[in-house]
Design a protein around this ligand. Structure first.
Ligand code: KIV
Ligand code: NA
Length: 264
């Protein structure tokens, strides 16, 4: 199948086709998710929480993201690979953002994602002009959790208009899509109507142009999932069961069996 490209995103929106995105962090799982027909894989800085055991996304480095992006890009052929720009690698200036984004593109990304609205517009413009497609991210932005005060619904009440302004600023600067995280559904719908590029929601209701989930949440790999997630599988339990069968079989001397080795 043909590669999904950024040009397909706005077209999908015009044609009313819902876009699908999942996170991916490695070459073990990315090809499986791609074969399921997902449009985009996001090498999210949720890598910090999901894979590296950090309590937030803040410790994630550009090196972490380069390694994960390379693994996802090398193991897939059709999906659009979007790489998160980690905390501290783009906020200081558009030039800093450009240098960091170049490293992710060289690692194999087809687009980068960064958090924030109007204050990031100059960086989005510089990257876009340099041939680097940018996905925006509004609403709850985990890299700012210390300023925001933890995960919470954003864009409520009189914060809806500033969010609309931020979304428009990103689009005007050239953003090819905007992720909306933990936004009231009616505000997400409003932002979606205001933009010609697609919105991709997580905890933002049914009226965005696409949806994104952390694959480990979606597949039931984690003990706990937020209310905006549906567990479409129970892979964690499946894996535990497989490992426990292995432990039992080895303990009982049932593995390896005749078919698993050569006597001579
Ligand atoms: O890092 C991530 O997984 C994300 C998605 C939740 C949008 O940014
Ligand atoms: Na992220």
């Amino acid at each position: 199948a043909r590669r999904v490209r950024v040009q397909h995103l706005a077209r999908a929106k015009r044609e009313g086709r819902r876009l699908t995105m999942l996170t991916a962090y490695d070459a073990l799982t990315a090809p499986i998710l791609e074969s399921a027909g997902v449009d985009m894989l996001l090498v999210g800085d949720s890598l910090g929480n999901v894979v590296l055991g950090h309590g937030s996304t803040l410790p994630v480095t550009l090196e972490d993201m380069e390694r994960a992006t390379g693994a996802v890009a090398r193991s897939t052929s059709r999906v659009l690979v979007v790489a998160d720009m980690p905390f501290g690698t783009y906020e200081a200036s558009p030039e800093q953002a450009f240098a960091s984004a170049v490293r992710l593109m060289r690692a194999g990304a087809h687009a980068v994602k960064l958090e924030g609205g109007a204050p990031r517009a100059a960086a989005v413009r510089l990257l876009t002009d340099g041939g680097i497609p940018v996905v925006g991210h509004l609403g709850y932005t985990p890299q700012s959790e210390n300023a925001i005060g933890g995960p919470r619904l954003r864009g409520r009440g009189d914060q809806a208009q500033p969010m609309l302004d931020d979304a428009r600023a990103l689009e005007e600067a050239g953003a090819v899509a905007v992720v909306l995280e933990m936004v009231p559904a009616d505000v997400a719908a409003q932002v979606t109507r205001a933009l010609s590029v697609p919105t991709i929601g997580i905890g933002a209701g049914p009226d965005t142009d696409g949806q994104v989930l952390v694959w480990a949440d979606m597949a039931g790999m984690t003990a706990w999932t937020p209310s905006f997630v549906r567990r479409f599988g129970e892979l964690g339990e499946d894996l535990r069961r497989a490992a426990s069968s292995y432990v039992r079989a080895v303990s009982e001397g049932a593995f390896p069996a005749e078919e698993n080795f050569h006597r001579h």
